[in-house]
Structures are given as C-alpha cells and as structure tokens.
Ligand binder design. Structure first.
Ligand code: ATR
Length: 278
C-alpha cells in the first residue's frame, strides 16, 4: 500500500516575489483553521509563466496567488473567470478544479473589507479621490462604486488613462478624471487612495495637497515596514489618518483562502500577529 501522504499545495507567483508576505499570512490562516496545506514562494519570469502554472497544476497544485507583473496575463490563461476578475482585467487568485483553471480577483473586496470592517470608514455618500490609473486602480474602481459614493475622482499623470477608466465605469456611478496638478477641491475628500507605483520606485509626484482636509482619510495601497512616502506626505499635510495597505493584503488573502478551502479565517489576529496594523 502506498503510504505517501500528499499535502495540498498552494503558492504565490510573481517576479520578483521574494518580498511577498503571502506565505506567512497563509501559514497563519492554515494554523488557525486547522487546514493541512503548504504554501510556497514561486519566482517566475513572464516568459515562463504559463509553463510554470501548468506544471504546478500537474504536480498537485490546488491554487495560486498571482502578483505583479502577471495579474493581467493570467486572464488569458484561465478556463473560467469571475465577473470581478473580468471587470478588473486582472486575476490575483487561481483555483485548480480538476483540469480546469478558475480565475478570481479578491483585491477589490480585500480593500472594501479593510476600509469598512477594520477601519470603520463609511463609503456611502463619500467623496473619494484615487491617485493613479494603472492596474491597481482598475481592480478597485468597480468595488468602490458599488458602495455608492457621492463622487469618485481618478487623478493621473497621464490623463488619457484616467479618462479611459471613466469611460469604462461611467454607467456605474459618479466617476470623473483629472490631472494631479488640477484636482478640483470644491468638495472636501473623505478618502484619498494612493494607487500609483511612484513610492515603490522612490519617486514623489506632486500629490495634490489642497485635496487633504482635517477630515480626510488617506490610504496607500502600497505597504512597507517603514512608512511609505505617500503615507508620510499625507500625515504631514494634516490628514485625519494615514494608513498603509497591510489590511487589504491580509483581507484579499483571506478571500483567496476561502475560495480554496471553503473557510474564511479570522483576519484580526493575523494582522495583530504581523505587528503591522498601522
Ligand atoms: P500597474 O498596472 O502595476 O499599476 P502601471 O500601469 O504602470 O502599473 O501604473 C502605475 C501608476 O502609477 C500609473 O497611474 C502611473 O501614472 P502614468 O499612468 O502617468 O504612468 C503612476 N505613476 C508611477 N510613477 C509615477 C510618478 N513618478 N508620478 C506620477 N504617477 C506615477
């Protein structure tokens, strides 16, 4: 009799990926919920992505998280995709079901849970400003509009990219576009979300300081062990509160875990254990 016990395999694929906290988070989730599984860090370059995913599936892989720069490419590889992944044009979670590959995107719901449940921010009737119009923004505009804000403005260095998003989402809510240097501030912003990759590259764009009031909550989708340039900038310019995206990271992971294992872990102790609740 074959006594080999095969453990369910999961992992995160990115390039680079060594900085990823996903293995720590998923190991804590597995421990908490008593799930027997392993979670690996998989560095894969774009030209080897499809081969690596197929091989992971063939060798007993049950699910993957997909991170930068692969989220868009994977939309063309999956057999089926959730509506939210299709709208975002990005897959951050794959579930292998037999020979089928199912793609989902848990980033948007992860952000909503962090803002709504962990941080207690009411988005209904809020005035929201998003800085940036790249992949990160595409993943969150739809979910944010579902919360029925009073307005959602997308400011971007390259105005055409913001305008394209506005065109895509115009039917779903009050969304508009502008450049960084001309952000209208007639209505005070309740929430400013940094979705640019500027800080990651050590760059500091001319963020619109007039958009911050003493009631503005600032949220950086980026995160780090020390404060990000945007979160420092926001605090210095009088924001009510300035937070990095650790909570979104843990919440999106919990949604992936639920898709794979059928159980949603309690995120609060994991956030606490990681000592990262800003
Ligand atoms: P991704 O898809 O990974 O988000 P991206 O499409 O390159 O990457 O988007 C990065 C975002 O950060 C864009 O909105 C980009 O602005 P542009 O569309 O004008 O390129 C923004 N960004 C990056 N560096 C920036 C900088 N130094 N100043 C202003 N915006 C910056």
């Amino acid at each position: 009799m074959d006594a080999t016990v095969t453990i369910d395999r999961y992992g995160v694929m990115g390039y680079p990926v060594s900085h990823s906290r996903s293995p720590v988070i998923h190991r804590l989730f597995a421990l908490q919920t008593g799930q027997d599984m392993q979670y690996e860090l998989l560095q894969v370059s774009p030209d080897k992505l499809e081969t690596a995913i197929r091989q992971f599936q063939r060798t007993g892989g049950k699910g993957l998280n997909i991170t930068v720069p692969h989220k868009n490419a994977v939309t063309r590889m999956v057999d089926q995709m959730s509506e939210r992944a299709s709208t975002a044009g990005a897959v951050n979670t794959i579930a292998f079901r037999g020979s089928e590959m199912y793609g989902d995107n848990t980033d948007g719901i992860g952000l909503l849970r962090d803002l709504g449940v962990n941080l207690g921010i009411n988005l209904e009737n809020a005035n929201i400003l998003i800085l940036g119009a790249g992949g990160a923004t595409r993943g969150i505009v739809g979910p944010l509009l579902e919360m029925q804000p009073a307005s959602l403005r997308i400011a971007n260095r390259t105005i055409e990219k913001a305008q394209m998003l506005v065109k895509q989402y115009a039917a779903q809510g009050p969304v508009s576009a502008c450049r960084f240097d001309v952000v209208p501030v007639s209505d005070p912003y309740d929430l400013i979300i940094n979705a640019t990759s500027a800080g990651v590259r050590g760059e500091m764009p001319p963020y619109p300081e007039a958009a911050i009031s003493a009631n503005t909550f600032c949220y950086d989708l980026s995160y780090g062990l020390s404060a990000t340039p945007f979160s420092v900038w926001a605090a210095q310019h009088g924001a009510a509160r300035s937070v990095m995206g650790w909570g979104m990271l843990v919440e999106q992971a919990a949604e992936s875990f639920k898709l794979w294992r059928g159980v949603r872990p309690d995120t609060a102790p994991v956030l606490k254990q990681m000592h990262i609740n800003a």
